[in-house]
Design a protein around this ligand. Structure first.
Ligand code: FAD
Length: 206
């Protein structure tokens, strides 16, 4: 796995799981050893790392991400490719009639996740309602948790609460699973993720 980033969320937890459950199967290569500039040659099924071509049987390439083209066309993105928003209500900084939620938004510390998008949508909906009806608008509070199932019944998580500051949505309190946790706690974390999924799908589609 070639990665242009120096580190990634839950790295210690993932590396622990790779050693415990998938020994010899997963190798993470950061920018120091060529993860930062990988050339992909689909015609010959090769990747080129540090000038050396390697044959691959399958290759999952994730290009640099940016907001959907519709956001660009709407004129709400900046040079980063993402759409800056006001931290207190998710309203576009470029157009006061547009709200941008979820992955497309450049908001600060929140990770791009379904949980974050849902949390941001609630704040935005409250702000829209306030503008339309003069209803009370409460101070924005955001939250996120990302679970990963590293093996059957072995769940880990990372999460935080966030509040708006003048500059960005800022993390105010965070938590992360620890390496070496016992099986009962990992099973409980996995079961918590099932509860979250049931809750958020009911929230969205119910
Ligand atoms: C492999 C993977 C696993 C993930 N696991 C989790 C997880 O466990 N928990 C979690 O919280 N998050 C998870 N995420 C992240 C989560 O899926 C995203 O953060 C979330 O879907 C973002 O929601 P969004 O509404 O901002 O964008 P999207 O879900 O991408 O929705 C944007 C929608 O806009 C549509 N669209 C684009 N352009 C147009 C247009 N011109 N006209 C009309 N429609 C258009 C797209 O088709 C798309 O349906 C995962 C992501 C991936 C890739």
């Amino acid at each position: 796995m070639f990665d242009p980033k120096d580190k990634f969320s839950k790295q210690a937890l993932f590396e622990e799981a790779w050693g415990k459950y998938y020994a010899g199967m997963v190798e993470w290569i950061g920018p120091e050893f060529g993860g930062g500039a990988v050339e992909v040659r689909p015609a010959t099924m090769e990747i080129v790392v540090e000038g050396e071509a390697q044959k691959v049987d399958a290759c999952n390439v994730i290009p640099a991400q940016k907001a959907g083209q519709i956001a660009e066309i709407a004129g709400v993105t900046d040079d980063s490719g993402w759409a800056p928003v006001n931290p207190e209500n998710m309203k576009s900084k470029a157009d006061e009639n547009i709200w941008v939620l979820g992955d497309s938004s450049a908001q600060g510390d929140m990770p791009k996740s379904g949980f974050s998008a849902n949390s941001q949508a609630k704040v935005a909906a409250m702000a829209v309602r306030g503008e339309l009806s003069d209803a009370k608008v409460f101070p924005a509070r955001y939250s996120n948790t990302c679970w990963s199932l590293v093996a059957p019944d072995d769940g880990v998580k990372v999460g935080a609460s966030y509040e708006p500051t003048p500059e960005k949505i800022a993390s105010v309190e965070s938590f992360i699973s620890e390496t070496g946790e016992d099986a009962a706690l990992r099973k409980a974390t996995y079961e918590e993720s099932l509860g979250w999924y049931a809750g958020i799908t009911a929230d969205i589609f119910g």
